[in-house]
Ligand binder design. Structure first.
Ligand code: ADQ
Length: 466
């Protein structure tokens, strides 16, 4: 049987089951468990002599894991530096935040080569494996695998957006990145827009040619496609039903004093549009006064990438505006904006989502956004909440039934929040049914299966050509 090897920067933590982890873990575990799969990645540890460490292996839910450490310097240059101070902002259209240096670039290449070496070490001459590499931290890993004579099918999936050419070409050595991507057999994107931008970037870089959705590079044919990531809809619904009965949910409900709840759940990241969202909520309170009684906005935003300065400064800005909004509108027994940096287990989160009248998901740019889909899955079909979604999230290309807003237009967001809070039950149900149809038609299982099938097919076509 063919073995699937998944490679990503981080692997799911061994002490949690996949149901308690993010959507990616569920989709990938599902694909891996059907193929005696192996998942490889960084173990989260920083050590001085990382090169000397053989991968640590363990098994979880029938899937093998092999993880390895990095050095502090590798982590600083590869992860903090190039991945999160160059690629992440640029691919989210924030060229103003890009902080490039040759040292970070070299660190990124070095760690990508190391990931490739670790993976190549697991492949024996007669093994029948396919390799699936994930996300912007590992764009060059396939290239190094080919240099190590790994000839098996290798696919790549990008979880974040692809910017158009005029933004992409800001990246120093962007042509080299395209060249490295040409090592893969299949490259998947979240949306049709990302795919279109990628093909345009390939052509404009002059590195390879494009025929339909196929990239042709030095007699190699690279298939590309759209694979919008999704969630495990049934599990999310079950969690929401259970979560709603938890004592936390009861306490939340009591604390609302009969007023409606608006909820936001995001990693604390500048791409998620939190600052403008807080401004929109302030505008809503100003516009509607007491029309909705004690309306509460609960924003759950666990800290992420705390080593990157931009995240620390965003945190300070959010603390300031949250204090300002509450200082302005709170009464002795009502605090309108509840802003917390705590992470919650998924059952609690889904239970909170189910109780809320509006799900506020307004990234300034997002590859997909799984929270938008989780919000839909968590709703009670008889009394569903309204999804207010940024038209700049990948999910907006799919989620027919959401209210779409421009996340840069604070006044429009405030007006749409007002409309969402006063929406009739009939319209809420009708919108939710359309949304639910989308997420249940193409769920996380189909996502994993369709990518792996596409990878197998493109590799088979390559062999037929040889
Ligand atoms: P992220 O930018 O992390 O992912 P998102 O798609 O919303 O964004 O996924 C976040 C996940 O973390 C969700 O499953 C959410 O429930 C969970 N989460 C968020 N806050 C939490 C909290 N406080 N406690 C527990 N869980 C929490 C990247 C890309 C996205 C893309 C995904 C998957 O940026 O665009 O959708 O990968 O491809």
């Amino acid at each position: 049987m063919k073995q699937l090897i998944v490679v990503s920067n981080r692997v799911p933590s061994p002490d949690k089951d996949s149901g308690s982890q993010g959507g990616l873990a569920v989709g990938v575990m599902n694909a891996l468990s059907r193929t005696q799969g192996l998942w490889m990645g960084w173990n989260g540890q920083l050590v001085e002599d990382a090169e000397q460490h053989a991968p640590q292996s363990y098994e979880n839910e029938g899937v093998q894991f092999a993880t390895f450490p990095l050095t502090e310097q590798e982590h600083e240059l590869f992860y903090v530096g190039y991945s999160n101070e160059v690629l992440w902002p640029l691919f989210h259209y924030r060229s103003d935040m890009v902080e490039y240096s040759r040292e970070k670039d070299a660190g990124y290449q070095h760690v990508n080569e190391r990931f490739a070496r670790q993976v190549a070490g697991q492949i024996t001459k007669d093994s029948d494996a396919s390799i699936w590499v994930h996300d912007y931290q590992l764009l060059s890993t396939g290239h190094y695998l080919r240099l190590m004579d790994v000839e098996c099918p290798i696919g790549f999936f990008l979880h974040i957006p692809v910017p158009p050419w005029e933004v992409f070409r800001i990246l120093p050595h962007h042509a080299r990145m395209i060249e490295h991507l040409c090592a893969y057999d299949t490259i998947g994107f979240q949306t049709a827009t990302d795919l279109r931008h990628f093909l345009e970037n390939v052509e404009r870089s002059g590195v390879a040619t494009v025929e339909g959705n196929t990239v042709i590079y030095d007699r190699r044919r690279i298939n590309t496609g759209v694979f919008p990531i999704s969630i495990d809809v049934d599990t999310a619904r079950e969690m929401a039903e259970k979560g709603e009965q938890s004592s936390r949910s009861h306490r939340l409900k009591e604390s609302l004093q009969g007023g409606p709840l608006i909820i936001g759940v995001d990693r604390l990241d500048y791409s998620k549009g939190l600052y403008k969202r807080f401004q929109a909520f302030e505008q809503l309170l100003e516009n509607t006064h007491t029309r909705y009684g004690n309306v509460t906005y609960l924003q759950i935003a666990p800290l992420s990438r705390t080593g990157v300065e931009r995240y620390a400064s965003l945190r300070r800005e959010l603390e300031r505006i949250a204090g300002h909004v509450n200082g302005r509108f709170s009464t002795y027994d009502w605090m309108p904006l509840r802003y917390l940096n705590t992470g919650y287990d998924r059952e609690t989160l889904m239970g909170f989502m189910r109780q809320s009248r509006v799900g506020l998901v307004t990234p300034l740019r997002d590859g997909m956004n799984l929270v938008a889909k989780e919000y839909v899955a968590a709703q009670d079909p008889e009394d569903p909440g309204v999804l207010l979604l940024s038209n700049l999230a990948g999910a907006a290309e799919e989620l027919d039934g959401a209210m779409l807003c421009n996340p840069f237009d604070v006044e429009e967001m405030a007006d749409m929040l007002d409309a969402a809070l006063s929406m009739s039950l009939e319209e809420r149900k009708e919108r939710w049914q359309r949304l639910h149809k989308v997420i249940s038609t193409y769920d996380i299982h189909r996502w994993g299966e369709s990518f792996v099938t596409a990878l197998d097919q493109s590799a088979a076509a390559r062999h037929a050509d040889e």
